[in-house]
Design a protein around this ligand. Structure first.
Ligand SMILES: [Cu+2]
Length: 503
């Protein structure tokens, strides 16, 4: 622990002085080249130059987020001791406009000397505000605070959560909506729908879950599995859907038996902002008796498509338009492969809701996956030749719980050991080669990539087992950026890499 802290301080020091050389202290064990590459500092002159060119509205939004232990009421008598921002889960949504500066103070009141941070998931912000200790900042120690200050460049649906250990699987998350000052879509109302697989304070803590998972499937033979799923099959996900047994699946912080309710008017047009804040569960989402018009994913517009349901992995977001019918309609989130559902209700007139476990037919209708989408014209990457290609082999498995990238488990204490090198201005191609028998939602910080030549722009994409997904992005946001699986336990086991901007 102390070496992590020392390294954090060292990195932070480099950041402040803008010394520029971040990789100097790392010695990759399998590196055959003679010199470690020089990486840009997370707050160096290149970062300042790009940040200075970001369009600013001049408007600042100030708030304080206090992370602390609390007790939350999830409905139907489920009371959970957990960690949350300001005593509630999900935390209160932050709503700003593109070009605004968010000034968010994080006050760490977590118990047991627990360090934390906030990662602004999906936002192409300046690197030293990305919240990934020790790569972009020192950890925020218990009792300390840290102020995140950044211009939010792109409109869209985002969320935020810590980037330390398995804290994502606590109650520490909340939506972040960046409005478009020139919003091109017209609609009557908005509803944020945030999904989460919940265990904390009910059957165990995320740390207990991770401890059991680390023993691996092989080590568990003959032992009772408290948290590990024996089997979770999903055709949509190409087989094994998840590792962890969750007692509840929440929609907007409520269990299915006591759901959150959206009250609307028949005939009104609603924008749903759907966020998967889960740690180990993909959801198939449908609104009974309604079609969903998909308009955005991960903040970026797509060519609209009308579907019955959508598949959303951890870390993904979808914006959807619906025209409300007359009645009471469950919005159902089916936990893929886990035979459980979460739900909320849409109510536009009096009437009784169906029972909690009701599954609308739409769940088995036309199901949207990101691979079916095309970027809207204004979101498509400009044609360009590729300057650098990295193969990102997704490796490891359940038996040894040795999830990794390119065969090596990421060491968070030494994040710059073996970076995927890029240079500012390059067009980068990533080939995600999934060698494992499981799907993984691969998330890139600070950028959005494009799926293939015409696919959607995303920062988190599902890579199915035994397949390769090719994505492209422009290296236009200098710094040191994580690339990892958004399964909280896979990431913690080591399924991460660093995309490092070179000098
Ligand atoms: Cu994974």
């Amino acid at each position: 622990m102390s070496s992590i802290t020392r390294r954090s301080v060292l990195f932070a020091g480099l950041g402040i002085t803008g010394a520029g050389v971040l990789g100097g202290c790392s010695q990759p064990s399998n590196n055959t080249s003679t010199a470690a590459p020089s990486l840009l500092s997370p707050s160096g002159p290149e970062v300042e130059t790009v940040d200075g060119a970001r369009a600013s509205s001049g408007k600042e939004n100030h708030l304080i987020l206090t992370a602390a232990a609390t007790t939350v009421d999830l409905g139907a008598g489920v009371i959970a001791k957990t960690w949350a921002f300001d005593g509630r889960t999900p935390g209160e949504a932050i709503r700003i406009s593109a070009g605004d500066t968010l000034v968010a103070g994080l006050s760490n009141r977590l118990p047991d000397q627990t360090a934390t941070s906030i990662h602004w998931h999906g936002v192409a912000l300046r690197n030293d505000m990305d919240g990934v200790p020790p790569a972009t900042q020192a950890t925020v120690a218990a009792g300390d605070s840290f102020t995140y200050r950044f211009i939010a460049p792109d409109p869209g649906t985002y969320f935020f959560h810590p980037h330390v250990g398995a804290q994502l699987d606590r109650g520490l998350y909340a939506p972040l909506v960046i409005e478009d000052p020139k919003e091109p879509m017209s609609y009557d109302d908005e509803w944020i729908v945030i999904l989460d697989d919940w265990i904390d304070g009910v059957t165990g803590t995320p740390d207990e879950v991770f401890a059991e998972l680390k023993q691996g499937m092989a080590g568990m033979s003959g032992m009772a599995m408290r948290f590990m799923l024996g089997r979770a099959d999903s055709e949509l996900l190409g087989g094994d859907a998840g590792d962890v047994k969750y007692p509840h699946h929440l929609v907007n912080g409520r269990v299915a038996a006591d759901p959150a309710v959206f009250n609307g008017k028949p005939g009104s047009r609603i924008r749903l902002r759907i966020i998967n804040a889960g740690s180990d569960t993909a959801y198939r989402v449908a609104l009974a008796a309604h079609k969903l018009t998909i308009t955005h994913t991960d903040g970026y517009p797509v060519q609209h498509q009308q579907v019955d349901a959508l598949l959303i992995g951890m870390g993904e977001r979808y914006d959807v338009l619906v025209t409300l019918g007359d009645g009471v309609f469950p919005l159902v989130a089916l936990a893929e492969g886990k035979n459980q559902t979460g739900r909320a209700l849409v109510r536009t007139s009096a009437g009784r809701a169906p029972v909690a476990g009701f599954r609308p037919a739409e769940l088995n209708g036309l199901i949207l996956t990101a691979s079916r989408l095309n970027a809207a014209d204004q979101a498509r990457l400009a044609p360009s030749s590729v300057d650098v290609t990295h193969q990102v082999k997704i490796t490891g498995g359940m038996d040894a719980y040795d999830w990794s990238i390119n065969g090596s488990r990421f060491d968070m204490a030494n994040p710059t050991a073996a970076p995927l090198l890029v240079r500012h201005g390059q067009r980068v191609r990533l080939d995600f080669v999934n060698d494992t028998t499981m799907w993984h939602p691969m998330h890139l910080h600070g950028h959005t990539y494009q799926l293939g030549d015409t696919g959607p722009r995303k920062d988190t994409a599902i890579v199915l087992p035994k397949t390769t997904l090719t994505v492209f992005f422009d290296a236009d946001n200098p710094g040191q950026w994580l690339l990892h699986c958004h399964n909280a336990y896979h990431a913690e086991a080591g399924m991460m890499a660093l995309v490092g901007y070179q000098q």
